[in-house]
Every structure is written in C-alpha cells, then in structure tokens.
Design a protein around this ligand. Structure first.
Ligand SMILES: Cc1cc2nc3c(=O)[nH]c(=O)nc-3n(C[C@H](O)[C@H](O)[C@H](O)COP(=O)(O)O)c2cc1C
Length: 437
C-alpha cells in the first residue's frame, strides 16, 4: 500500500504472522533513477534516488525471502530493468494492474492495463523470462465475469506463479461490496494460486480471514486496510491492543531510521478517530521520531538508537550513508556538534510555543548578534525532502543546521538559527534540549 507498506510495517506484519509482504507500489522510472546502496549502519539495502537522495525502497535481510516488490509500469523493458535492479534483494516481483488512481491510469499503468491485455501479457512475459525470481500480478475484476475469467487465463499463460484478485471493478470504491463470487470463479478456473483481496471491511479478527478464504475458494488472502488499521490482524492468537502495535511499529521506525513523515502517516491511519483524544492531538503536533516515541514511553529507546546511529556515522534523520562509509572516530553526545561537509549539525529543535510573544525568535536574535559583531547577515539555504525542510545558515564563513527536519521553510530557518546560536554559545544547548526531550 502506498505510504503504508514501507519497511517498518512490513517487518511488523511478518512478526505477527503474515507469510508474504508487499512494498508500496513503486513506479518504474523512479527506480530507474535510483542506485543500490548497502547501508552498514542500519543493515539495510537502500535504493536511493540519484537526483535528490531520497530513499525509494529500503529493505533488509530479515524480509528477503518474504518481500514482494510491487511495480507500477506500462512498459516491458522498463519493468525488466527495474526487476533486474532489485531481483537479488527481494522474493518476487508483482505488477500492479489494479490501481484506479488517475496518476496511474493516465500513465497507462495500474487498471489501464486491464483493458490492454496484450500489453499486460507482454510485461509479465518479459519479466518471467528475464528474472530469476517469481513474477505475479494483481488485478481488479472487470464488470463482466466471462471477460474477467478470459483475462485471468490469458495473464496466467504468461508464466506468472500467482494472481491477486481484488473483487471490485476499477470504478467501484471501498464502500461497494467486494465480489467474492468473481474471485471464487477465477480461483476455480485457473491453475495457479489466486490470492483473494478486498475483504478488509469484513475482517475484524483472525478467524474472518479463514471465512474469506472459504467464500472465495482461495488458499491465500491479501489484507490491505485491515492490516493498516491494526497490523496484528495476522496473529493467530488474536488482535493486540493498538498501543502495543504502535509501540512495536515505532521501534521498527527507529531501528530502520524511517522518515518521520511516513511514520506519522502510518500511525495516523492506526489511530483514526483516536487522533481527537488529548494524546492524539499531541501526536499530531509531533514532527520527529523522538516526539512520537515520547508519547508511547519510548523516548529512551529512540534516544539511544539515534545516538548509536550517529556515532556510527548515520547522518541525521533517515539519511543516506555515503557510499564511502567511514565511522567517525570521535564519539558525540546529544547536543554536541558534528561536522559533516563542514556543516555544524546539532540535535536541537525549534519550538515556537517556547517563545513568548515579546521574546526574539532565533533568526532575529542571530541577526542582531551578527550586526553587533559587525558580521555580514546570516544567509539561509533550505532543502526539501518529502514534505520536510532543513535549512543551513551560513555565518562568518561557517555553516550550521539542525538535525531535526521541519514541516515548513520558516521553522527550518529558525531551527538552523537556533543551532548557530547554540554553537556560538549565545544560547545554552541544555535549555533547548531539556525542552525537546
Ligand atoms: C492507502 C491505500 C494505498 C494502497 N496502495 C496500494 C498499492 O500500492 N498497491 C496495490 O496493489 N494496492 C494498493 N491499495 C489497494 C489495496 O491493496 C487493496 O487492493 C484494497 O484496499 C482492497 O483490499 P482490502 O479490503 O484488504 O483493503 C491501496 C489501498 C489504500 C487504501
């Protein structure tokens, strides 16, 4: 699932009993822009966008035999190139032919392929012949059963080893009933295993998975929303309380340096209406993994892990370790400076509500300080990644930045100014970190 099926959620699903996990659908050209890098600090393999450094796909050995790489594509050769790039790190390749989103359909991907069976077949056949791992595909049903069966048989003849069927047409939405009878008919008419999908609304406990299997005459079930809401749905011994699931999810997010924005999105989908509770509201304010962890009593866990990563050379938040990884010999404590590419980076975040209305904010304070010292005005350069921002301020030839990424440029600049003030000794770092941690 897009934005849900990232590494922490996949590992959690495996812990709870899922046999196979899928990454979020990844579009071929995004992968083609990326390069494979081993990340020795986290023990992961990262596919990193060469143009902006974002991590497109992160995986690890724990899931290697279970993770299916789901591809969005409309081109056999592009699909093959991507599959070759990842084939040694994943268990199988799946082509998504069910996505009804405008973005996919306009690009000739997803459910657009349902009406272009020849192209769909070519993509699958090219993959089957070109990679050494299994190939599968996921479809939605067509409005007519006979056409659905004909399509499935045709796709089966490409050599795929399994087929996932979501029992809704591309026009139908989640509130429409799932056509379990169509899935059953497909399962009875092809010889490869069919994975039934679309049953989450009726799946509230583990036993319901069996009922869905029974109704669709399938031996496997793919759960999307049910797992997104409470991933412990895969547990034979029953659902766990949400707090326990969130805590485990957060631990994995910390362990694998998952992006705070992605972590927040996934937890929001678990909390749903609980976002209205006092803790839920505090959670919505949180921007860093530390802040999120604090709400589930995991501050210390997060603090220690992040410190450990930093000591091993992981640069800041879900950051890419350079290909020439070299752990720094000098160990640092929280709040101490790290000099990376001559940038002084400190763990100190800007909190607007710590400043009364008559108190100067860090940027103004830094400007005043610089003027009084006869220095040139500070200059800010801001980077954006996902929906987060980091600013680097240059003052007197030195660069300063915060390891906390902010949700807008203004706050990122304030954060950088604060680091500069702390590094210069104008502000006491301890007063800032006391407030953060
Ligand atoms: C937020 C969200 C993201 C999704 N992303 C994907 C995706 O990346 N690939 C895919 O095949 N289906 C995706 N789907 C569709 C689901 O996999 C699934 O087909 C659908 O939700 C019906 O199954 P369910 O009843 O178990 O939720 C997504 C659905 C949602 C709600």
């Amino acid at each position: 699932m897009v934005r849900i099926g990232t590494l922490p959620m996949r590992l959690l699903a495996l812990d709870y009993g899922a046999d196979i996990v899928y990454c979020e659908e990844l579009i071929d050209w995004k992968l083609l822009r990326s390069e494979r890098r081993e990340n020795p600090v986290l023990g992961t393999v990262d596919f990193v966008d060469k143009t902006d450094g974002t991590i497109v796909f992160r995986t690890c050995s724990r899931e290697k035999r279970h993770v299916v790489f789901q591809l969005g594509t409309c081109d056999p050769q592009r699909a093959l190139k991507v599959a070759k790039l990842v084939e040694n790190d994943v268990a199988a390749i799946d082509v998504n032919m069910g996505c009804p989103k405008e973005f996919s359909v306009k690009g000739g991907m997803g459910s657009a392929l349902l009406t272009q069976p020849q192209k769909a077949f070519e993509i699958l056949k090219t993959l089957v012949e070109g990679v050494c791992i299994p190939v599968t595909c996921k479809i939605r049903i067509l409005p007519d059963l006979d056409n659905t069966l004909a399509l499935c048989k045709f796709l089966e003849s490409s050599g795929i080893i399994a087929l996932t069927v979501h029992g809704r047409t591309k026009e139908e939405r989640p509130q429409h009933p799932n056509h379990n009878d169509f899935i059953k008919a497909v399962s009875e008419s092809v010889s490869i295993p069919v994975i039934a999908n679309g049953g989450s609304k009726e799946i509230e406990k583990y036993e319901d998975i069996g009922k869905f299997c029974e109704e669709t005459k399938c031996t496997s079930v793919m759960l999307a929303r049910a797992a997104q809401w409470n991933c412990s749905i895969f547990r034979k011994d029953g659902l766990l309380p949400l707090d326990e699931v969130i805590s485990s999810y957060l631990r994995y997010s910390v362990d694998y340096d998952n992006s705070p924005a992605n972590t927040k999105y996934c937890i929001q989908n678990m909390l749903k209406e609980l976002q209205e509770t006092p803790r839920g509201k505090k959670f919505l304010e949180a921007q860093t993994l530390q802040q999120m962890c604090a709400l589930w009593n995991l501050s210390e866990y997060c603090y220690k892990k992040q410190l450990e990563f930093k000591e091993k050379g992981l640069l800041g938040r879900h950051t890419v370790v350079p290909s020439s990884f070299e752990p720094p010999s000098k160990k640092r404590k929280l709040g101490e400076e790290s000099e990376t590419d001559d940038i002084i980076e400190m763990k100190c975040a800007f909190y607007r509500n710590l400043y009364a209305s008559d108190v100067e904010l860090p940027k103004t304070r830094l400007l005043t300080w610089a003027r009084n010292k006869g220095l040139k005005h500070p200059v800010y350069v801001t980077q954006q990644e996902d929906k987060l921002f980091r600013s680097i301020v240059t003052l007197d030839g030195k660069k300063y930045t915060s390891s906390f990424w902010e949700k807008n440029k203004r706050r990122a600049e304030q954060g950088a100014a604060l680091v500069c003030l702390c590094a210069l000794g104008v502000v006491d770092i301890n007063t800032v970190n006391d407030a953060v941690l």
